[in-house]
Write a protein that binds this ligand. Structure first.
Ligand code: ADP
Length: 494
């Protein structure tokens, strides 16, 4: 059996067929040459059929005339008639063939080749011909026409004289085979001419392919040059090859990709500079603290202890930033990294509340939890806990004295929702669109003061998106903020 995949891979390796130029050439060749082949075949067959018909009827007429002469000259009884012999020779020469005269006893009385005279011939055609059926056959392979014609004599019926009744009596058979060489020669010559035409068509197609592909591929060449220039860094301008619609579309698509890449590159650069800045700040503080301890002499123990406490706090901050960065990296991976299991969401939220209650108490913020209904969902427990913890922790951190944080859990048919509402400082309207950006903080000094890294919401959003969920925020400055998280109950595999 033919291995299709093997054949395909072999074809793929033929670079000629992989190029559009090659394919156009092949298509034009097929479209151009197949009609030529069909026409050549049809013309030759038609010519052959007509030529054989004409020749057969020609020979038939001649042979029938000669058959009458044979009867007139009683040739079947006596083959010495010079007139008839001359006519027979003339016939066989004319058609470059052979004539056999066979009598009613199936004996060959005359062979123009002179080799079979006196022999008996038993063939179906001859026997049928003796019954009055003439036949002709065209042997295409050997290139001759064979014909059997009865030699008939008109005899008066054995009835009273003058009744006028007569009938034809078959006295013998003329078997003629005529060469078809002249027809074959003409066909050969026609065939040669057709081949010349086909070759000219092939060359024309080749030239047309070259010209067409040159014209068609010019815009693509331009496109490749433009892409090379961008790749080599000569230019950063958008690509525009408007010579044809296709290149225009490719250019647009490439420009979109380029724009996205530039944006990603910018955000990567910004992220790297932000990370280094954030990481350097606690180190700078620690260095200042340590230097002042080293340069001062006889530092009192209390100052020493205070400075060391500050250094420990900076180390803690550095540790938090690094942990947040690691969480962010984890969230940046694909959804395949999610560890999905059936989780009791009520228990999960309760645990988060329990963990954060001490911080809330320290800040005199009331923590309220309302669960509308029991909810179990397919989620990554660790990542969702981190996401929701960040929201509740922010609600506590950015709250006012005697404020409150209310967490509400509810579910519909397909989703569950977690609402985190607080009575805190709120977020200014123009800052709302930036809060999910890495290292973005509305009030830098305040956030730093309360131990914020600016990465929390970015981690939260990534975790929720990984669960194919959504997060929405509404806030009124000075009154409070409301985060609404919506996550599918069943994890959706894409
Ligand atoms: P941070 O570590 O600074 O808290 P986040 O990414 O968690 O960073 O939050 C980004 C910024 O959004 C915060 O600095 C804060 O200004 C603002 N923010 C987040 N949550 C709240 C909230 N509940 N109330 C008021 N402001 C908030």
């Amino acid at each position: 059996m033919l291995d299709i995949t093997l054949l395909k891979s072999k074809l793929r390796r033929i670079t000629f067929l992989r190029s559009l130029k090659g394919r156009i050439f092949l298509i034009l060749l097929i479209v151009g040459l197949i009609p030529c082949f069909i026409m050549r075949y049809a013309i030759l067959r038609n010519y052959e059929r007509r030529a054989v018909t004409v020749r057969t009827s020609d020979i038939s007429t001649q042979v029938r005339i000669l058959a009458n002469h044979l009867i007139t000259y009683h040739y079947l009884q006596d083959t010495s008639s010079e007139v008839i012999n001359a006519e027979l020779d003339q016939l066989s020469n004319l058609y470059d063939g052979r004539v056999l005269i066979i009598n009613a006893d199936l004996r060959i009385v005359k062979d123009t080749y002179g080799i079979s005279e006196g022999k008996t011939i038993i063939s179906e055609e001859v026997i049928r011909c003796l019954r009055g059926e003439s036949a002709n056959r065209y042997d295409r392979e050997n290139g001759y026409i064979e014909m059997t014609i009865p030699i008939t004599e008109t005899v008066e019926a054995d009835l009273p004289v003058g009744s006028g009744e007569s009938f034809d009596l078959v006295r013998g058979v003329m078997l003629v085979s005529a060469s078809n060489d002249s027809i074959i020669a003409t066909m050969d010559s026609l065939n040669r001419q057709a081949l010349v035409v086909e070759s000219i068509v092939g060359v024309l197609i080749f030239v047309v392919t070259l010209l067409v592909s040159k014209v068609l591929f010019a815009p693509f060449k331009k496109m490749i040059q433009a892409l090379d220039q961008v790749q080599e860094g000569y230019t950063n301008d958008p690509i525009s090859v408007t010579d044809c619609l296709e290149t225009e579309h490719i250019g647009d698509a490439f420009n979109r990709v380029l724009g996205r890449m530039k944006m990603l590159d910018n955000s990567r650069q910004e992220f790297v500079s932000n990370v280094s800045h954030e990481l350097r700040t606690p180190i700078t503080s620690m260095k200042v603290l340590a230097d002042s301890l080293i340069t001062q002499k006889d530092v009192p123990l209390e100052v020493y202890q205070e400075f060391m406490r500050d250094i420990a706090a900076e180390i803690e901050r550095e540790d938090k930033i690094i942990n947040d960065l690691l969480s962010l990296v984890k969230m940046d991976r694909t959804s395949a990294d999610l560890n999905i299991s059936e989780v009791d969401i009520n228990a999960l939220v309760e645990l988060i509340m329990r963990r954060l209650r001490p911080i809330a108490m320290r800040r005199d913020v009331q923590l309220v939890y309302e669960s509308i209904r029991p909810v179990t969902a397919e989620v990554d427990e660790v990542k969702l806990t981190l996401a929701l913890s960040n929201l509740v922790e922010n609600a506590i951190k950015y709250n006012k004295e005697h404020g409150f944080v209310k967490v509400t859990l509810d579910a519909g048919h397909q989703f569950f929702t977690v609402q985190v509402a607080d009575s805190g400082v709120g977020i200014p309207e123009d800052a709302l669109e930036h809060i999910y950006e890495r290292f973005y903080r509305v009030d830098k000094s305040r956030s730093r003061e309360i131990g914020g890294t600016g990465l929390g919401l970015s981690i939260t959003r990534s975790a929720i998106l990984m669960h194919r969920g959504s997060i929405k925020v509404t806030s009124i400055e000075g009154e409070g903020t409301d985060f609404m998280v919506k996550i599918p109950l069943k994890y959706i595999l894409v």
